[in-house]
Design a protein around this ligand. Sequence first.
Ligand code: C2E
Ligand code: MG
Ligand code: MG
Ligand code: MG
Length: 280
Amino acid sequence: RAKENGKNRVAFYDAEMQRIVTERLQLESDLHLGLKHGQFQLHYQLQVDCQQQPAGVEALVRWHSPERGWVSPGAFIPLAEENGFIVPLGHWVLDQACHQLAQWQAAPAPFSQLVMAVNVSARQFHQPAFVASVEAALARSGAPPRLLKLELTESVFAQDLELIRDRLQRLKALGIRVSLDDFGTGYSSLGYLKRLPLDELKIDQGFVRSLHRSAGDAAIARMIIALAAEMELTVVAEGVERDDQFQALLAMGCDRFQGFLFARPLALAEVESRLHGVDA
Ligand code: C2E
Ligand code: MG
Ligand code: MG
Ligand code: MG
């Protein structure tokens, strides 16, 4: 009897596994088709300075699938990193962001001064042709490199540090900036900070979220801001939702702010109409 039960359970797991595998394959093929058929879009979330004036935007990818509706990046970026789809998607994102940056550059202020931040995943960064692809995207669009910023996460640094440094130096030689996203959540040592040519640290939203009720999180935010100042890096807080969080970060010396308090990620037309109301 026990044996029989076991058999049933195995059969159940097999069916369940089968279903999961089939779904993943379907998602994978839908992603490829989606890219081919123009179902991806960039949304833009404002980053503001201490006076709450727009300083730049972060490009965040969105997928509208005819079968699934809007799919958030959290639901497909991890899979895309695993199966390599992030490489063609990342190319598209970079191209699109550079194209938009060039358009804005040619418009009056505040558009012409916006810095465009683009997320780059570890898998993408480690492609041998990555630097060349950034260079090509800049050349194709005519976007000014000094207004392009790449956001990397610490997962990038899991590989050989010399190799990473060489790649970062070649990116910096193009004139672009490099930011370290979700800072404080990784497991790597802090040693790489002094060895890598970074421009910016981005305090992870986890620390910002509980700033007002956790002395520990407030201490970490304060430490990151002090560390950034010491190393002459700019520092951005992400996930700022409340005015008391903004005020606390401002008092700690944070330079840039991003979060629902200022703006949600918006479609192109929406972010443009928001910015039209701003005096340069
Ligand atoms: P991230 O780069 O850390 O982006 C910040 C995320 O926080 C975004 O989620 C944004 O919508 C969200 N956010 C911003 N302000 C607030 C706030 O005040 N409160 C809360 N609760 N959330 C806020 P999103 O757009 O869902 O993106 C999630 C992640 O997906 C990104 O995290 C990034 O790691 C990845 N991602 C998005 N677009 C791309 C892309 O084009 N390429 C790559 N490689 N990854 C991307
Ligand atoms: Mg980011
Ligand atoms: Mg982040
Ligand atoms: Mg994040």
